[in-house]
Design a protein. Structure first.
Length: 153
C-alpha cells in the first residue's frame, strides 16, 4: 500500500463526511490532496434550492481534512510506520476567505503548507483551487490531535 493510501486508510472521517479522494503529494513541509464534490452530496439539497453551491463550512472541512488531519497522519506514520490506531483531529481555529463558488461536480485541489507541528498542535496555511487553477479559498487552520486508544474497562 502506498504512503498516500495508508494515510487515507487512517483518516477517521468516513462517507458522507469525508472530503478527500486522494493525496497527490506529501512531505515534511507540504501536502496536496484532491476531492470531487459529487452532484448528489447531501448538503446541496438545501444550499441553495435551484442553485446549489458548496457551503463554506464544507470547503473549510475539506481543507482541514487534507492540510491538518492527513498531514498529521503523515507525521504519525513517520514516528510509527505500523500505526493502526486512528488519529483524531479537531479544530481550534480557522480563518478562511472564500473567493469563488464551488459547484456540484467540481474537483478541487487543496494544498497545505505547515506553519508548525508541536505538542500535538498543527497549524497550516491552506489554498484550494479549482481545475482552472483559480483560487476558491485561502485559510489559516489550526487544530489539536491525539491517537485514539482502545477503551479499557
Amino acid at each position: 500500500m502506498s504512503l498516500e493510501d495508508r494515510i487515507l486508510s487512517l483518516l477517521p472521517q468516513k462517507h458522507p463526511f469525508r472530503f478527500v479522494d486522494k493525496i497527490l503529494e506529501v512531505n515534511d513541509d507540504t501536502i496536496t490532496g484532491e476531492y470531487t464534490f459529487k452532484k448528489d452530496e447531501y448538503f446541496y439539497a438545501g444550499h441553495f434550492e435551484g442553485n446549489p453551491v458548496t457551503p463554506g463550512v464544507i470547503l473549510t472541512e475539506c481543507c482541514a481534512q487534507v492540510a491538518l488531519v492527513c498531514h498529521s497522519i503523515f507525521f504519525l506514520l513517520k514516528e510509527d510506520p505500523e500505526a493502526k490506531n486512528k488519529y483524531i483531529q479537531w479544530f481550534s481555529n480557522s480563518e478562511a476567505t472564500f473567493l469563488k463558488p464551488v459547484y456540484p461536480g467540481e474537483t478541487v485541489t487543496v494544498s497545505g503548507k505547515k506553519s508548525y507541528f508541536r505538542h500535538g498542535k498543527f497549524k497550516s496555511e491552506v489554498k484550494m483551487v479549482n481545475k482552472a487553477g483559480e483560487v476558491v479559498c485561502r485559510a489559516t487552520l489550526s487544530g489539536m490531535g491525539f491517537i485514539e486508544k482502545e477503551n479499557i474497562d
